[in-house]
Each structure stands twice: as structure tokens, then as C-alpha cells.
Design a protein around this ligand. Structure first.
Ligand code: GCU
Length: 343
């Protein structure tokens, strides 16, 4: 082989090696771009099942945040009460264990007296009235209250209206509920409300309600159709009385210590994504609630709709609860009432 040929082969070899190196380098750079290491990885607590509207809302929130921060902020949604009861989650958020959560207002408000007003029984005439309140100046103001308790309010999610359901006997009138043991959330206001109806409140975490009904530790409980169906309470409580005694919206919250780590720009993104995810959750809610009712009724649940006259008796029974709150929060109550359809 001549010297010329040898140097041509060598040149081909060099070119080949250079091409392989270039390809490897491009592949490396491409992969590096795909696996951005997030600056923050946050936890998000949710006590409902994976396909429940609030959980889907939380997942949408996490996706939006990750997208709008180009992967810098990752939020991991842990559903089905993985982090414990709502009361425990709030405690952990205050002391640095959990970053975000979706929690029932009843549980948040239990620690913040001013917030209880928003969940007074029969406060809203219907869902539209509640959204006029929460989407307006009042809702925005109430989102600020959790700050005094080391929590940041982000948005409001829907949870429909709550009704009473029983395992031992149907509730058709106010007399029927007298002395019955009714499971409630770990909330003082719920306790006051059930007592005002003449029943005995039994505070029980959400994931223990099925067992409490099954073992007759309580006669009944109260919740919206979606929770009644999702937690399969219809298997053990066959009488569902539509009294719509309360509307308790859900809150998305962030721990203050987490909030304080974030830049102003990131906080804005989080607030904007929380509000967008809330609109998505509300869309899912209506359909989920409708389907949940159909499923429960297919399981031979008797739906008892109170007559207007009987419902009035339930409403009047709440007078002592209002008397207690009117003194300090009368102005809020009046502002909320001013947004009903009659005004
Ligand atoms: C609703 C709410 C839950 C809450 C539950 C309860 O289902 O979505 O967050 O825990 O009520 O009654 O405890």
C-alpha cells in the first residue's frame, strides 16, 4: 500500500471517529435538556381518591406549575390521605413537613375563628350564591386569613352541599334526628351545628367513617353525594336525607415556610395556576356529583328530600349557631347575604 493510500485511510478513520464523537455529544446534550433537575420538589396532600375532582384539580395545578416554571418547581400530589388526616396535615404544614394541600374549609377554619362564618349552615341560597361570594372581594379577603396561622390561601374548590345520611333509620323530620349519633369532621362549628339539630356529634377522621357506620359507633354521618359514593358509605348507610344543611368549600393552601422560599414571580405563577386548577375542579365537580348520586341510588339507597316546611324547621334549629356568630361577625354575614339573588 502506497503512502498516499495509507494517509487517505487514516483521514477516513479520523473523520469516522470525529462523527461518532459528535453524535455522542449531541445525544448527551439532548438528554441533559430533557432531564432538567428541579430547583424545588414540593409535597401536596390530598385525602380523596386519585380520580376524585379535587385530586384531579391538584394534579392539574402541579402540571401547570411545572410547565410555567420550565420544570424548576415540581409538586408531587399524594392522594388517599397518605399524609394523614386533614387535622394532621395542617399541623405538619405549620411545622415544616408538607408544602401544599387541598383541605376542607371546615378543617382550616377550625383554627381560625374569623373563617367559620363562611361555612355557617344555610348561609348560601345555592351554589351560584356561594360562588358570587368566593369569587369576589369576600373570597379574596378570606384567602388572606390563614396567614395568621402560618398558611397561605391559594384558591377555592367546590364540594357541593352536604346532607345527612343514616345507617340505623331514615331522617324524614327534625324529630327523627333527635339524639342520633352523627359523625362530623374534627370541627367545632360542625359540632355546634349538629348539637343545634338535637343530635350528638361524634368527631371522626374521614377515613374512619365507613368503619364507624358499619360498627354502629355512629347512627349516621353527613357529606356531599360525591364523598358518600367515593368512600362507599352507601354500602352501610341506606338513607340519604337531602337537607343541604351546609356548603363547605375546599381550600388549596401552601405552608408559609414554603411560600417564603419562593420569589415574587414564582408566587404569582403558583397563585395563577391554583386559580386555573380551581376552575377545572369546579367543572369536574358537577358531573361527578351527578354520577355519584346515580351510583348510590343504584345501590338501593333511599333518597329522602325534605319538604319545604320541614327544611324550614332544620333552618330555624340553627338559630343558636347564628346568635353565637352574629355578635362578632354580623357584618360579614350581612355582606354575604347581600349577594343572594334577592338583592
Ligand atoms: C369532604 C371533603 C374532605 C373532608 C370530608 C370530611 O369529603 O372533601 O376533604 O375530609 O368532607 O367529611 O371529612
Amino acid at each position: 500500500m502506497g503512502a498516499q493510500n495509507r494517509s487517505r485511510i487514516l483521514a477516513y478513520w479520523c473523520l469516522g471517529i470525529a462523527a461518532v464523537l459528535l453524535a455522542a455529544l449531541s445525544l448527551f446534550l439532548l438528554n441533559r435538556k430533557k432531564t432538567i433537575v428541579p430547583q424545588y420538589v414540593f409535597s401536596y396532600a390530598e385525602n380523596q381518591t386519585k380520580d376524585y375532582p379535587t385530586t384531579m384539580g391538584g394534579i392539574r395545578f402541579a402540571e401547570l406549575v411545572e410547565e410555567r416554571t420550565q420544570g424548576r418547581i415540581r409538586i408531587q400530589v399524594r392522594s388517599e390521605g397518605e399524609f394523614g388526616s386533614e387535622a394532621e396535615v395542617i399541623r405538619q404544614m405549620r411545622y415544616g413537613g408538607i408544602d401544599f394541600a387541598r383541605i376542607s374549609l371546615a378543617q382550616v377554619a377550625d383554627n381560625i375563628p374569623e373563617m367559620k362564618v363562611l361555612q355557617l349552615p344555610y348561609l348560601y341560597e345555592d351554589a351560584d350564591h356561594m360562588w358570587r361570594v368566593l369569587d369576589g372581594e369576600i373570597g379574596e379577603r378570606f384567602l388572606q386569613y390563614p396567614q395568621q396561622y402560618d398558611l397561605i390561601g391559594l384558591s377555592w374548590y367546590d364540594a357541593g352541599a352536604r346532607n345527612i345520611y343514616c345507617a340505623t333509620k331514615p331522617v324524614r323530620t327534625l324529630e327523627d334526628i333527635q339524639g342520633m349519633h352523627i359523625r362530623i369532621q374534627e370541627s367545632e362549628m360542625m359540632s355546634e351545628m349538629i348539637t343545634a339539630l338535637g343530635a350528638v356529634p361524634v368527631k371522626t377522621p374521614y377515613d374512619q367513617v365507613y368503619a364507624a357506620l358499619e360498627r354502629s359507633q355512629v347512627d349516621g354521618a353527613e357529606n356531599n353525594w360525591s364523598s358518600f359514593e367515593t368512600m362507599q358509605h352507601y354500602e352501610v348507610a341506606k338513607y340519604y336525607t337531602v337537607d343541604e344543611h351546609i356548603r363547605i368549600p375546599e381550600m388549596q393552601i401552601c405552608a408559609k415556610h414554603t411560600w417564603e422560599q419562593l420569589s415574587e414571580a414564582d408566587r404569582e405563577i403558583i397563585l395563577e395556576c391554583a386559580k386555573e386548577s380551581a376552575l377545572y375542579e369546579r367543572e369536574l365537580w358537577t358531573e361527578h356529583e351527578r354520577k355519584a348520586r346515580t351510583t348510590a341510588l343504584a345501590y338501593q339507597v333511599e333518597e329522602i328530600v325534605l319538604s319545604a316546611e320541614e327544611k324550614k324547621k332544620f333552618q330555624s334549629a340553627m338559630t343558636p349557631v347564628y346568635e353565637r356568630y352574629e355578635a362578632d361577625y354580623g357584618e360579614d354575614i350581612a355582606q354575604i347575604r347581600a349577594l343572594d339573588s334577592a338583592n
